[in-house]
Design a protein around this ligand. Sequence first.
Ligand code: ARG
Length: 572
Amino acid sequence: MLLEQAAALLQPHVPLEKEALLRRLETPPEPHLGDVAFPCFVLAKQLRRAPSAIAAELADAVAADAHGVRAEAASGYVNLFFDPAVWLGRIVDAALEPRFGRSDESRGRHVVIDMSSPNIAKPLGVGHLRSTMIGNALANLYRETGHAVTTVNHLGDWGTQFGKLIVAYGRWGGKSALEADPIGESLHLYVRFHEEAAKKPELEDEAREAFLRLEQGDEETTALWRFFVQASMKEFERVYARLGVRFDEVLGESFYNDKLAPVLDRLRAQGLLEESDGALVVRLDEEGLPPCLILKKDGATIYPVRDLATAIYRRQVMKADRLLYVVGAEQQLHFKQVFGVLGKMGEPWTGDCEHVPFGLMTVEGKKMSTRRGKVVFLDEVLDEAVRRAREIIAAKSPDLQDADHVAEAVGIGAVVFGDLKNRRLLSVDFKLEEVVSFDGETGPYVQYTHARIASLLRKGGFEQHPGQDGANGAPRAADERVDMADAAWVCAKRITQWSAAVREAVRDNEPSAVARYLLELARDFNRFYHDGKVIQPDDAAATQARLRLSAAVGHLLGRGLKLLGIAAPERM
Ligand code: ARG
């Protein structure tokens, strides 16, 4: 808002297009340098004049037609100072509009987001939390900027691991144990298989045969497979419900079983398949990549072919304009190869496929590993976070009603925010004590600020919903008379940066841009809050203006948390 206004004021006097000008504008680090600054160096060459001379002239020209904006030339910059008495009220009014910061820029663009995609018969690990929550946040953020989004859970419900599971079940398993604790028991069988296979390598062959029986549709094997899948899915759904995540589609790898042959035929017809040690591969020498394995010696199809079929399906049947894959960085090569093969197949939309990788996450130093059985179960991490949140709430707000419910929202929000605040490629070690804390760069801190504002608005009798000018709405002129402290102005300026944060998050597939923004907004608000009393009994106009600012901040905090997939309780 301030940037736009600055651009509008400067534009008639500079030889730059509006967009180019907007890109050049800066937000100065120090208040004495103004609210928006324009560096004149960029014009010096073109105008053959010293930056300081350009700045001086521009400042005069702007001063002549500015309302509520003062211009000063300093060291080759034009520094613009917006008068809070005029602009603060305008910013708050705009922010209270329901459409504030929404854009239709990308209307009609359909993005398919591959997210979560855990493997059946293994527990949901902390690693899957990242894919699920980054994917969920991206889906919300893309929708916020007008995209049509379809989220897909590409369940790992097919593959050689089922051969292992079936063999292990036949040897050491039992129906009742599996029914009682499907994932725990599957994991147990899986771990046992690897232990035994280390001593008896022929077990691996047995597993391959079992998987082949499954691929050929053997009835008994298929029934067992279906049982494994359904049991796991039930467990996953419980965790997804806790996280508040839903998928538009759950299309597992097995969904593509009948869509692989056409892909293989095409690869063959295009002369792309080559033999290598009895297996079939597509060479990717020109792409500087190792060959992509397509068909194994024993005829079993593998992971990359499914992703070829999946991408083609998403493009042709689901009509995606863009395909995002929110999958750990360890699969970087896999996706490069898949996109490389698609390119060789002559699919012109390969450039619209993007792997959105993320770094490894550990909890208190422990890695997620399903093979060795030293597993950090996501569910247990969530339980522990909720337990700690419950303790903090009991100490802070002993009389809180519905405290268990709030603790669930805060504990889970803490874990999710603790993940999303980091740039996604960073590896994160999670310390529960840190992420659950109500102070510091945490989810509970943002949630608490949001709840603090809700309480303030209740106390102040402020009931106006965003955008509606009800009886409680302050007359706009009142804002202009009220002289609010610097902290309020800092808050208002932060409000104007909201859409930039959302846009950055979408541009870089980086929800952390919004998480960081929320931390800054919360910090700015708390400074304002502690600066002086928001509610001033003998000054209704001042109180109303302060409540309006608080409402605008609260509204954005709530909206931001929601975009990140985090609950925003009204009381904490
Ligand atoms: N199931 C895989 C895993 O847990 C992730 C699948 C990612 N999506 C895909 N289209 N390959 O490692």
